[in-house]
Design a protein. Structure first.
Lengths: 115, 154
């Protein structure tokens, strides 16, 4: 399955970045430029929807961490939404488990918008 | 360095009983086809999703490390990936003819550092050590042998 990125902006200034496919060497190469571009800007509130990501390697972690650093450095927030169990484990082992949130777009985005 | 992705890049794939041997060149383009071959074989063996996930992770992380850091020349090299299933336990070994390198001697990354202080790389071996049951390194006949084991339900 090819890896894709869909972008949508919700009320409250929350941006949803929905990734689909595998965040492996091929998948990261396919989406990383676009992914970083959509994490630019001051005080961004970014929700990375990982519900349709089946695989996450260290290259995928690198992409997510790079984006997290960029968003944090400009006063924003970034969270990982609804990862599948194996991807959840990979995030937790990588020290990013505290950024995982569960729930639908509106609920999660609402929480992020209020923070 | 090849840039196309094609299953034919795998120049040898040998199945013997419950073993699979995959040989790839030192090119990133060969990793997806190697993972496809491993997943197909594990599916035939009705292996668990956790075993398949770890096998794919191990192939990507270990072959990438070989290509990035293993060689002191720009020549073509062969990297061998051996998978073996014995009583629901996966044994996966990556063998390369690069210089001696034992990644298990690396200092584990500090995942508790603040985000701004964290390096973005260096997590591949850490992930494999945490997700496998055990890992071992050996230098045999001028080749690196890195092996991991994982038990999983079928």
């Amino acid at each position: 399955m090819s890896t894709k990125l869909e972008v949508s902006d919700l009320q409250g200034g929350v941006r949803i970045l929905k990734l689909t496919g595998q965040l492996d060497i091929t998948g990261v190469a396919a989406v990383e430029t676009k992914f970083y571009a959509h994490c630019g800007g001051d005080k961004m509130k970014v929700q990375v929807d990982l519900g349709a990501v089946a695989f996450l390697s260290s290259l995928g972690i690198r992409m997510l961490l790079q984006a997290l650093k960029a968003v944090n450095a400009r006063g924003g927030q970034l969270q990982f939404q609804n990862p599948q169990p194996a991807v959840t484990s990979t995030l937790e082992i990588s020290g990013l488990g505290q950024l995982i949130v569960r729930g639908g777009d509106d609920i999660v985005a609402g929480q992020l918008a209020r923070e | 360095m090849k840039t196309d992705v094609n299953f034919s890049l795998i120049h040898a794939s040998l199945i013997v009983a419950d073993q699979l041997k995959i040989q790839v060149k030192n090119s990133f383009a060969e990793i997806p086809a190697a993972n496809e071959a491993a997943s197909r074989w594990l599916a035939e063996k009705q292996s668990s999703p956790a075993i398949d996930y770890l096998a794919n992770l191990a192939i990507e992380e270990l072959v990438t490390n070989c290509i990035k850091y293993g060689y002191d020349d720009a020549d073509e090299h062969t990297i061998t990936i051996e998978l073996e299933l014995v009583e629901n336990e996966l044994k996966l070994t990556v063998i390369d003819d690069g210089h001696r390198f034992n990644p298990l001697e690396l200092t584990p990354p500090d995942i508790n550092l603040p985000v701004e202080d964290r390096p973005v790389g260096g997590l591949g071996i850490h992930l494999l050590r945490k997700m496998s049951d055990r890992m071992e390194y050996a230098r045999v006949e001028a080749k690196n042998h890195l092996t991991l084991w994982k038990r999983g339900s079928v």
